[in-house]
Design a protein around this ligand. Structure first.
Ligand code: MOS
Length: 744
């Protein structure tokens, strides 16, 4: 655990904030090299078929154009390892740009124009002539759902449904209260502020310096080294600043491939930047259809849970996420059946998007729980409390901590839930019907293997470094806070270096695991530095710390001292002088502890309370108030933590009410690939959001007691909104987003 907490726990502003708001923080596409060329991508306009002919001759003659790449002239260097799977790949054949003449989805990159300006490259793509042999597109999940299948190769063990337990069908049939319904969610598309871009600086000896928009510099680095057969020592990938990603940057994107391919081929620096439109061709939260059946006894105790989930994937990969397993672990129930299938469509491979799986599955579960509450005639909070369990029945394990009762209690109190009248359409504000709804959220608290380096100099300054990323989460700041506390320093005395592939090994920033994992690694490395300091101190003449053990000492006020008596100690500068060193540096490492994993599961939880107002004539819903209480272990920085939850809630409002890729299935194309027509919540859509943290003492979820906050904020929000709309209007809407035509 963390020792003293002077800096940890403070609501400090992010240390990278000034760089970001003054434009000094450089994003991937803001780097430049001498003689740099610009690439622009051409996309297929069919969703399935093949390229019969591609004529680039006119584009090649276009002023400023240097070269045009297609599947016909892709450099051989680009296929050293066609099968290489990146760190977070899914089963199947990873997409490789220009691999052959096949078209697998609308918007697939089919050519790259490289020119001496962005404009020349872009304009030249418009005069490439393509003749296709087009097939008939299959992009409508509803029509293709009979072709769904159980993924033959699970993405990972955790994603496979738990074995069925009890007698779910029998218990369902016998229970006095039953609900059974189908829930559907349209596909959602990633739209972080920063678009994907890669700048490759080609060095004098052929070494590559790569700035890539990514959630993991080492994943980008390893991917290009493998695909292009490069010497890992001659490639450095950077992602010091990332303008949001939410999962879109977990897997390397095609602009990285293209920029490296062209750079190696021409021995020049090359940049490839995406347009907003391309965000709709990349990676997305898949369209899903779920069936849920819940049954309860007269007191509302769950007797049966049956959850079948199905979502889209591409023709070339089996994307998978954990949609339905939550239904077997969030509440107590002895009769459970969970099934999970995917369906191939002519679309790009879906990908992780903030709380992948849970955001989808818990939306269905928590809407169904609200339906059950009305069926039984119980307050929705009370129904959940009656089904509380402090055990993971899916895995038959204990739970490290679950302060969910406190989330319900505190959230409900702040919201004023006790004033709620159960009957729908019973609360009003002028022309508005008022609805109050709630839901539970749950997400995994994971620890991923992580390393970090800590360097303490004789002047008392500390440098913390790791390949970790900060995609807007506050990683710079919280790693600095942990380093500051370890050496009793103010935050500004600690510098944090992250976002570079050469730094100590760190997984991609995802799964909400960075704070727990990299934070613990910094703590371990700091303790190792202190242990080394102690060894040096003990070699000094008449050392007052001669008999002290590592566990008995800490740093206070520039001295290494006994924890029990700060009078006894030696100044750090004296220790280093005596040892003849100017700094001490150690690498720390954490990984999941199998002895804990065997016995325990770790999750974060939340209670979300939502008020909607629905204009009775226009049926337009507005979310006027959200109170979310979150239990996620120790909170390192309440300010950055709150930002994480606010962001999650706002994305949840998008999922509930606005975000949807509108496809013309006759041609298999997304028709609203821009943020004018694909609406992500704007300021005008976001009213009051209050975030409450219920701190948990948890020494098992991670060594520093942190569980992570990146994703829990979105889970349950769409269900709470849907439940509030039901309460306001009496319309139960099971299809998301809830656009006003569905309320009418
Ligand atoms: Mo998150 S969807 O693992 O970036």
């Amino acid at each position: 655990m963390l020792n003293s907490s002077k800096v940890v726990g403070l609501p400090l502003s992010r240390i990278d904030g000034p760089l970001k708001v003054t434009g000094r923080a450089k994003y991937a596409a803001e780097h430049f090299g001498p003689g740099m060329l610009q690439g622009y991508v051409l996309f297929s306009t069919i969703a399935t078929g093949r390229i019969a002919e591609i004529d680039t001759s006119e584009a090649e003659r276009f002023p400023g154009v240097v070269k045009v790449y297609t599947h016909e002239n892709r450099p051989p260097a680009a296929k050293k390892d066609e099968q290489w799977k990146d760190e977070v790949a899914v089963p199947g054949h990873p997409f490789r740009p220009l691999e052959n003449d096949r078209v697998l989805y609308d918007g697939q990159p089919i050519a790259l124009v490289v020119a001496d300006s962005f404009e020349a490259a872009r304009d030249a793509t418009s005069i490439i002539r393509v003749r296709y042999e087009a097939g008939e597109p299959h992009t409508d999940l509803k029509r293709e759902q009979d072709n769904s299948y159980v993924p033959p190769v699970p993405r990972d063990k955790q994603m496979a449904p738990p074995p069925p337990r009890g007698n779910p069908e029998g218990a369902f049939a016998q229970a006095p209260h039953q609900i059974s319904a189908t829930y559907s969610l349209e596909g959602e598309y990633h739209n972080p502020m920063e678009l994907f871009g890669t700048t490759v600086i080609f060095g004098q000896d052929g070494e590559l310096t790569i700035y890539d928009k990514s959630q993991g510099s080492q994943n980008s680095h390893d991917t290009v080294c493998k695909i292009f057969g490069l010497d890992p020592e001659k490639v450095v990938a950077h992602n010091e600043f990332v303008g949001g990603a939410f999962g879109s940057g977990l897997r390397p994107k095609y602009q990285l491939f293209f920029a490296v391919m062209a750079s190696l081929d021409m021995k020049r620096s090359v940049k490839v930047e995406m347009s907003r439109r391309e965000m709709f061709y990349l990676t997305w939260r898949p369209t899903s259809i779920q069936n849920l059946s819940l049954a309860a006894d007269a007191e509302g105790r769950l007797q049966s849970v049956m959850h079948h989930a199905m979502h889209a994937t591409s023709q070339y990969e089996d994307y998978q996420e954990n949609v339905a397993n939550w239904s077997g672990l969030l509440y107590k129930c002895d009769n459970v059946k969970i099934t999970y299938e995917i369906t191939k469509l002519d679309v790009s491979t879906p990908g992780d998007m903030r709380a992948p799986g849970a955001a989808t599955g818990v939306t269905a579960l928590e809407t169904a729980m609200d339906e059950l509450a009305y069926e039984v005639g119980l307050d929705p909070v009370e129904l959940r409390i009656r089904n509380f369990i402090h055990r993971d029945q899916n895995q038959d394990k204990e739970i490290t901590s679950k302060a969910l009762h406190a989330c319900y209690r505190e959230g409900a109190a702040r919201f004023g839930w006790s004033e709620r009248v159960m009957q729908p359409r019973s609360m009003r504000d002028g022309n508005d019907l008022v609805g109050w709804g709630m839901a539970t959220g749950v997400w995994e608290a994971q620890l991923s293997p992580a390393e970090a380096r800590v360097r303490l100099s004789s002047d008392g300054k500390v440098v913390v470094s790791a390949a970790a990323s900060d995609i807007g989460t506050g990683t710079y700041t919280i790693l600095g806070q942990i380093g500051a506390d370890a050496f009793d320093l103010p935050l500004h005395a600690v510098s944090v270096k992250i976002g570079q592939s050469t730094l100590p090994k760190t997984a991609v920033q995802g799964g909400s695991w960075t704070a727990a994992s990299s934070g613990s690694a910094v703590q371990v490395a700091s303790r190792m530095v202190i242990a080394t300091l102690l060894r040096h101190a003990q070699k000094m003449e008449n050392s007052p710390l001669a008999k002290a053990t590592e566990e008995q000492v800490e740093v206070a006020d520039g001295r290494l001292v006994l924890e029990a008596n700060h009078q006894v100690g030696v100044a750090i500068s004296d220790i280093m002088d005596a040892a003849g060193v100017t700094f001490i540096e150690e690498n720390g490492k954490v990984e999941p502890d199998p002895s804990i994993q065997k016995k325990f599961s770790a999750y974060t939880h939340s209670g979300v309370f939502v008020e909607v107002k629905v204009d009775e004539e226009l049926c337009r819903p507005r979310v006027t108030r959200v109170v979310i209480a979150v239990a996620a272990g120790k909170i390192l920085n309440p300010k950055t933590a709150r930002s994480q939850i606010l962001g999650g809630v706002v994305m949840g409002l998008g999922m509930a009410l606005y975000e949807e890729g509108l496809a013309d299935h006759r041609i298999g194309r997304i028709m609203n690939p821009n943020i004018a027509e694909y609406h992500v919540p704007a300021h005008a859509d976001v009213e009051d959001i209050e975030v409450i943290f219920i701190e948990e003492d948890d020494d098992k979820a991670s060594p520093i007691g942190v569980k992570g906050l990146g994703e829990i904020g979105i889970v349950g929000v769409a269900a709470a909104v849907s439940n509030a709309i039901f309460h306001a209007t009496g319309s139960r809407i099971r299809s998301f987003p809830i656009t006003l035509d569905k309320i009418l």
